[in-house]
Design a protein around this ligand. Structure first.
Ligand code: GUN
Length: 282
């Protein structure tokens, strides 16, 4: 049986470290604040935003939530971001994605100044990640790296396979593994003989968005398996991209869903908000 990597525990530890630094900064008169914007009433986004708010409370980070109606004009959203960009008490700005169809997501991401872009979605921050000179790490891939660290496995020289090539997870994930000298392969829907590729992985990161997509016969004996998925199974129950009950018998370490990567994403957001505040102070 594999080691079950406890994302909740690691996340709590990181949030406590952040909290201590936030308190110390406050004593020096430095404000740490996060503005979270949600447009529309997507239920999953609502849950994520609530969790972010709760995490801010746990870390003693000041937070403001802007819940805008679905029909909000793009110009109005851009104006709000412009105001937040200029405020000294707001260190980080996060616009929850997806946005309603009539709003240009790229334009919105580009309007957040890179110094407050705690998601690390702005092209400037994406570019910095590419060249290994970053201030913010993208939250989910950074959380995955922390969980891999938790297993004690050395990434350098290992076969690392990422399934999924999104801008939010797959691509930056590959880059972070590469920075740690992993031999990295990105798989996607056009990959031929996917199983042959995933079976090579010492470290396998699944970010495809298909429930229980990764089966035991796709995983090498003893691999570390990280599941980024947040899916629903045929009964509507929360599950990941990995068939946990099968893969747990093959892997040496595996993350559960829920309780794996999810809590880590939020912990990394808290860390990025702290980093932004520290940079603003300088
Ligand atoms: N929607 C799904 N994941 C994310 C994320 O990490 N950040 C934002 N802003 N929106 C998301």
């Amino acid at each position: 049986m594999a080691m079950i990597i406890d994302g909740k525990k690691v996340s709590a530890r990181i949030k406590e470290e952040v909290r201590q630094e936030v308190v110390a900064l406050k004593e020096k008169g430095v404000k740490v604040g996060l503005a979270v914007i949600i447009v529309g009433d997507d239920p999953a986004s609502r849950v994520y935003v609530n969790n972010k708010k709760k995490a801010c409370e746990a870390c003693e980070i000041y937070s403001e939530e802007y819940a805008l109606p679905a029909q909000t004009e793009e110009a109005e959203l851009l104006e709000l971001i412009d105001t937040l960009n200029k405020r000294n008490d707001i260190s980080g700005i996060l616009v929850q994605l997806p946005l309603p169809k009539h709003i240009d997501e790229k334009k919105v991401i580009n309007s957040i100044i890179p110094e407050k872009d705690v998601d690390a979605f702005h092209p400037v921050n994406v570019g910095k990640i590419m060249i290994g000179d970053f201030d913010f790490l993208p939250c989910t891939p950074a959380g995955v790296m922390e969980l891999i660290k938790e297993t004690g496995i050395e990434i350098s020289g290992k076969e690392c396979v990422v399934i999924g090539r999104s801008n939010i997870v797959g691509k930056p994930q590959a880059m972070l593994l590469l920075h740690q000298n992993g031999t990295v392969t990105i798989c996607h829907s056009r990959t031929k003989d996917l199983k042959e590729v995933t079976k090579r992985a010492d470290i396998l990161v699944a970010a495809v968005g298909i429930p229980k997509f990764v089966k035991a016969d796709m995983v090498k004996e003893g691999a570390v398996v990280i599941d980024v998925g947040m899916d629903r199974d045929e009964n509507g129950k929360l599950c990941g991209d990995v068939d946990f009950d099968e893969v747990v018998n093959v892997a040496s370490a595996i993350t559960p869903v829920p309780g794996g990567v999810g809590p880590m994403t939020i912990a990394m957001l808290m860390r990025n908000t702290l980093t932004a505040a520290k940079k603003m102070e300088n």
